[in-house]
Design a protein around this ligand. Structure first.
Ligand code: SF4
Length: 415
């Protein structure tokens, strides 16, 4: 059972709500949202944009791009923009976007309304695959008092369906597959119009920044994170930037963790020193990782990082949309080589080959899936060379027990 934890300092405005006394988190209807100050008239578009810029809000879909820059790029492109709330979370270990859409859809729709006001958009779209989230959004659209026309577009769930160009392609009636860039959606997106594709957490934070301007810095620097691992209690948590990763592990029963997989499957593995890392986009990047969508998977001492890396790359290879040749062959080669390592049947030169591929492959696919697979392989070799070495012969004690190579270990249920 996944829990919901607010780890923000007392008094901060956050996205996770719990009724007094705990229990299931209810759907926040329009009357509750309005009573909490939602849907107040949009300020002059530039005033909110400047506030977003001043507090340095970054996108929460994975890339961490400055939100104000993206809004301005869409606003300044020729044509009437479209705004898209992207609620399709492809990382198997992340639940934050579905939770927001299921429980606080008005916050997301309010953020979409404000994004439309800032960019001059004439219409919006909510893009998702989760049936419960869709029902909540449709109910909220029927209840909301204000906002531009909004369509709800459903897609089939996959790792790449939430990538922004895949979202545009699906909304336009095509398959949810990434396209080559340029053009990026802000230049030519839905129906050829400049399009803002914004993660639903980013939009929810924009709505909070509008409603609670005096609390803006704390709102902009908080993150929704999904915490999981073998053992422990999976949790959706809201935390302030800079929180140490060992504090996060301790909050969900992973006090004994010895390593972490960062950013869902996107940020790579981290071994010695992981506990001191701060939860922060720049801090993790400097350390060679990535926060991505904010999903963290903790490894116990008895978990084999080689097996975890193998399962993660096998999952990514299976999720490749198979439209870029280099991705099909690259993810397949990485997954195959790691599977040989974990079985103890790899050639002596395999670690060098993995190292070379993980330098050569990033940036060569139309989306980040290939980069994710390469980063996992590279991080395994950087942080766990001894564990890789221990697999030169079959029977590594850390691998005892079967490993389901289908990514199931990374799945987390939405609370
Ligand atoms: S990099 Fe891979 S997953 Fe991404 S678009 Fe190309 S084939 Fe599809």
């Amino acid at each position: 059972m996944t829990g919901v934890l607010s780890l923000l300092p007392e008094g901060r405005h956050g996205l996770l709500t719990r009724p007094p006394g705990g229990g299931p988190v209810p759907y926040e209807d329009a009357s509750r949202y309005l009573a909490a100050g939602g849907y107040t008239p949009a300020p002059a578009p530039d005033a909110l944009l400047e506030r977003i810029d001043a507090v340095g809000l970054r996108g929460r879909g994975g890339a961490g791009f400055p939100a104000a820059l993206k809004l301005r790029a869409v606003r300044d492109a020729p044509g009437t923009p479209v705004v898209v709330a992207n609620g399709e979370e492809g990382e198997p270990g992340s639940v934050k976007d579905r939770w927001l859409l299921r429980h606080r859809p008005h916050l997301v729709l309010d953020g979409l309304r404000l994004a439309a006001a800032m960019t001059g958009a004439g219409r919006g779209c909510v893009y998702l695959s989760d049936a419960r989230a869709e029902r909540a959004v449709l109910r909220a659209l029927a209840e909301r008092p204000a906002g531009p026309p909004v369509d709800v577009v459903r897609t089939l769930h996959s790792y790449v369906a939430g990538e922004e160009s895949a979202a545009v392609r699906r909304i336009d009636g095509g398959p949810a597959l990434p396209t080559a860039k340029p053009p990026r959606p802000f230049e030519r997106g839905v129906g050829g119009a400049p399009t803002l594709v914004a993660n639903v957490e980013t939009l929810a934070r924009i709505a909070l920044l509008h409603t609670w301007p005096e609390a803006a810095p704390g709102i902009a620097d908080a993150h929704l994170v999904t915490l999981s691992g073998s053992g422990g209690r999976p949790a959706l948590a809201e935390v302030a930037a800079g929180t140490r990763l060992d504090d996060l592990a301790g909050s969900c029963g992973h006090e004994k963790a010895e390593a972490v997989l960062l950013g869902g499957l996107f940020g790579g593995l981290y071994g010695t020193g992981w506990a001191d890392l701060p939860l922060d986009q720049d801090g993790l990047r400097t350390a060679g990782g990535a926060l991505g969508c904010g999903a963290l998977y903790f490894l116990r001492p008895e978990d084999c990082p080689v097996a975890v890396a193998t399962e993660a790359t096998a999952y990514l290879a299976a999720q490749s949309a198979r439209q870029c040749g280099v991705c099909v062959s690259g993810t397949g080669a990485l997954a195959g080589a790691l599977a040989a390592v974990v079985r103890g049947t790899a050639e002596p030169g395999t670690p060098d080959k993995l190292r070379r591929w993980s330098r050569q492959l990033p940036g060569r696919g139309a989306c980040g899936l290939l980069d994710a697979a390469a980063r996992i392989a590279a991080s395994l070799l950087t942080h766990f060379p001894d564990r890789v070495d221990a697999h030169r012969y079959p029977g590594c004690p850390g691998c005892a027990g079967p490993s389901a190579e289908d990514g199931r270990r990374f799945l987390v249920a939405v609370p």
